[in-house]
Design a protein around this ligand. Structure first.
Ligand SMILES: [Zn+2]
Ligand SMILES: [Zn+2]
Length: 184
């Protein structure tokens, strides 16, 4: 690992910086790397699927990894468009398990929010999904513990119900992986 390794956050398209800052702070706190906001691409039109009217997240992951400078150990893309993978109707995000890149979308996270609660709740959901996907890049898999941040969320309600934290089990696995990366 390079001594100046960082985790990069790449906002893509029209995004509110108020949603990015808490993500940056939480990632830094939980994963222990410096975090930089680093826009790596202007749009994701290359991943647009005409028939579905959505964007294929796997293609964006590959491009994010390819565009990241070497000192970027992990990269998180944040988009506002609707993402999918072929076997699912939509995804909140996707990650390369144990790989370099992950992505989240704010599109479906806006579901069911009233005007008054919207900004606070949206920011909280964005943070949770971001930690979850970055967790996958550190080799964490889905966790059975319902309150664990690595619990798989099928619906937006599941997202709201889980905490912002790793359970003790996932925390141990994360520390092991961080140690392994440092020694590399
Ligand atoms: Zn997941
Ligand atoms: Zn867990």
């Amino acid at each position: 690992m390079q001594p100046d390794s960082i985790i990069a956050i790449s906002p893509i398209g029209d995004l509110d910086i108020e949603h990015i800052r808490p993500v940056r702070d939480e990632i830094k706190r939980l994963f222990g790397y410096p975090v930089e906001i680093m826009p790596l691409m202007d749009d994701v039109e290359f991943a647009y699927h005409q028939d579905r009217g959505q964007y294929q997240s796997t293609l964006i992951l590959e491009k994010l990894a390819a565009l990241s400078p070497p000192r970027v150990i992990k990269v998180l893309g944040i988009v506002h468009v609707d993402l999918f993978i072929p076997i699912l109707t939509h995804v909140f995000g996707e990650a390369q398990l144990g790989g370099k890149s992950c992505i989240i979308s704010t599109y479906r996270l806006r579901q069911g929010l009233s005007i008054s609660s919207s900004e606070f709740s949206l920011a909280s959901r964005v943070v949770k999904e971001a930690i979850h996907e970055v967790g996958h890049t550190f080799k964490l898999r889905h966790c059975k513990e319902k309150t664990c941040i690595m619990h798989y969320c099928r619906s937006i309600k599941d997202v709201d119900n889980k905490s912002r934290h790793f359970c003790r089990y996932c925390d141990v696995l994360l520390e092991d992986e961080k140690k392994r990366l440092t020694e590399k």
